[in-house]
Design a protein around this ligand. Structure first.
Ligand SMILES: NS(=O)(=O)c1ccc(C(=O)O)c(S(=O)(=O)NCCc2ccccc2)c1
Ligand SMILES: [Zn+2]
Length: 260
């Protein structure tokens, strides 16, 4: 009998998710070619208002560590920018590499950053639950912030100090007051495009807002990310590194910029 070719050859090793979504036309991440982005004078400034007391906890979900927020009210929201509605903050997380040469999900002119922060928001004006918003074209808005190697980042350090408590998959630690706007650069400039989640279910529901200016973090802070584990306590340890999805084709999309 002929052997069935392993159909998993197209799966990404990390998430056993398909590398390409059949019929996907707006997948993420992408390379942002600066000179191909189109300045849109009608783009508004992005307005960010987070209430630090909506912060709940940090947990290691087995492919990143995420800080979750109470999204039962409109206390932590973003509005403006390319968005038609206001969107509620649900969580933020990071993607990073084993070394400083790569780690971000998006690239700029094919350059990787060592890490990338994603702040995930959902359209609670139109959709009753996050789970429904995840399935809709205008359901989510994710702010992406690049991390580059440089000065120590005070705001990030409070997060880094909590990471040893969530070293293993499925561990959680209380984290009850944190204002993530300290992780967002002051420069208002951003790129924006229509994309998708970069983790399963990879749904094409994300308006991406990628800040042009990176934040600086130091080597010890990046190394702290790399001390986390994909694996649960008791399993053979696998360091949590390179948790970024490969670049996806731009296809018929234009990246707009809020700046000239
Ligand atoms: N890189 S990304 O911004 O695309 C992203 C990464 C991870 C997650 C996550 O689930 O933690 C998320 S999420 O919080 O949006 N969850 C998406 C998967 C999900 C769908 C429905 C219910 C729960 C989780 C987004
Ligand atoms: Zn992400």
């Amino acid at each position: 009998a002929c052997t069935r070719k392993n159909r998993n050859d197209a799966l990404h090793p990390l998430w056993q998710s398909p590398l390409t979504i059949p019929g996907g036309t707006r997948q993420s991440p992408i390379n942002i070619q600066w000179r191909d982005s189109v300045y849109d004078p009608f783009l508004k400034p992005l307005k960010i208002s987070y209430d630090p007391t909506t912060c709940l906890h940090i947990w290691n979900n087995g492919y990143s560590f995420l800080v979750e927020f109470d999204d039962s009210t409109d206390r932590s929201i973003i509005v403006g920018g390319p968005l038609e509605n206001q969107y509620r903050l649900k969580q933020f997380h990071f993607h990073w590499g084993a070394i400083n040469e790569w780690g971000s999900e998006h690239t700029v002119d094919s350059k990787f950053y060592p890490a990338e922060l994603h702040l995930v928001h959902w359209n609670a004006v139109v959709y009753p639950t996050f789970e429904e918003a995840v399935m809709e074209g205008n359901g989510l808005a994710v702010i992406g912030v690049f991390l580059k190697l440089g000065a120590h980042h005070e705001g990030l350090q409070t997060l880094v100090d909590a990471l040893p408590a969530v070293k293993h998959k499925d561990t959680v630690v209380e984290f009850d007051v944190f204002d993530p706007s300290c992780l967002i650069p002051s420069c208002p400039d951003y790129w924006t495009y229509a994309g998708s989640l970069t983790t399963p279910p990879l749904t094409e529901s994300v308006t991406w807002i990628i800040k042009k200016q990176p934040i600086e973090v130091d080597e010890n802070q990046l190394e702290a990310f790399r001390m986390l584990l994909f694996t649960s306590d008791g399993e053979e340890e696998k360091r949590m590194v390179d948790n970024f999805r490969p670049l996806q084709p731009l296809m018929n999309r234009t990246v707009r910029s809020s700046f000239q």
